[in-house]
Write a protein that binds this ligand. Structure first.
Ligand code: NAP
Length: 255
């Protein structure tokens, strides 16, 4: 019957990278509430354990594993441990990311490598390991893109390059892996208050200036992203691949 099970995630195992705080933790909790079993991964193990405990306390199922997405050895070690533990993620939420602003003339090699190595190469490392582990079984990937996937953000050149690259990677993988049954899509958040963006939110006059550019005249709440993640993970989006769904209060539509 039309509609039945379209948004049902029971039986799915979702790996969420960067799940120790912010958007990743919120998506992990939201996807767990939608019925998925969650694998939380990031570098901060104590914070991951806390998020896992919150999911279990709400009646969900969660596991926590250490992961540094920027190192392919760490990514491969995670997938080896998951295989040993009999856990096979069917959906990947590629959320781990980092940002540090600096004028382009002051960007060091180390800063470029940290940001692009985490946000772009890191996302590829995990996508590749995920697809290898699927071994031809269908699955879905959701990459956390950004307004910076579409527009240039001054003093955020490595970040903008990484997120534009991630949008390109989303499309290229979607095309290449379509015949494997792995759908690859993205979510592009507008401005959400997290540890990553607290510097922007704290800057004098920034909130007022930004709100004037957001048609809905408010910043995103973390829960605003959950519906998009459920949709892109669930059977409802079975014929959607290579797309980026912007959740931005209308910002991109207005420029
Ligand atoms: P956040 O609060 O700083 O959280 C970043 C997460 O990524 C943390 O859980 C962090 O965990 C993890 N992480 C960073 N480097 C990692 C690494 N090398 N390996 C594994 N995990 C790593 O940022 P957020 O705002 O929630 O951002 C989440 C994603 O959304 C990012 O990709 C970001 O670019 C994107 N995004 C955010 C906004 C926004 O307004 N907040 C807007 C657009 C896009 P550990 O430190 O424990 O490893």
């Amino acid at each position: 019957m039309a509609g039945t099970g379209l948004f049902d995630l029971s039986g799915e195992v979702v790996l969420v990278t960067g799940a120790s705080r912010g958007i990743g933790a919120a998506l992990a909790k939201g996807l767990a509430a939608a019925g998925a079993e969650i694998v939380l991964a990031a570098r901060s193990e104590a914070a991951l354990a806390d998020v896992a405990a919150q999911i279990r306390a709400a009646g969900g199922k969660a596991h926590a594993y250490p992961l540094d997405v920027a190192t392919s050895a760490s990514v491969d070690a995670l997938f080896a441990r998951l295989a040993e533990d009999g856990i096979a993620p069917s959906i990947l939420v590629n959320n781990a990311g980092t940002e540090e602003v600096a004028p382009a003339l002051e960007v060091t090699d180390a800063l470029w490598d940290k940001i692009v190595g985490t946000n772009l190469k890191g996302a590829f490392n995990v996508a590749r390991a995920f697809a290898r582990a699927r071994g031809g079984v269908p699955g879905a990937i959701v990459n956390l893109c950004s307004l910076a996937s579409e527009v240039g953000i001054p003093t955020a050149v490595p970040y903008t390059a990484s997120k534009s690259g991630l949008a390109g990677m989303t499309r290229a993988l979607a095309v290449e892996w379509a015949t494997l049954g792995i759908r690859v899509n993205g979510i592009g958040p507008g401005y959400f208050r997290t540890e990553m963006t607290e510097g922007f939110f704290a800057a004098e006059g920034w909130q007022q200036a930004m709100l004037a550019k957001i048609p809905q005249r408010r910043f995103g709440e973390l829960d605003d992203l959950v519906g998009a993640a459920i949709f892109l993970a669930a059977p409802a989006s079975a014929y959607v691949t290579g797309q980026i769904l912007y959740v931005d209060g209308g910002y991109l539509a207005s420029i």
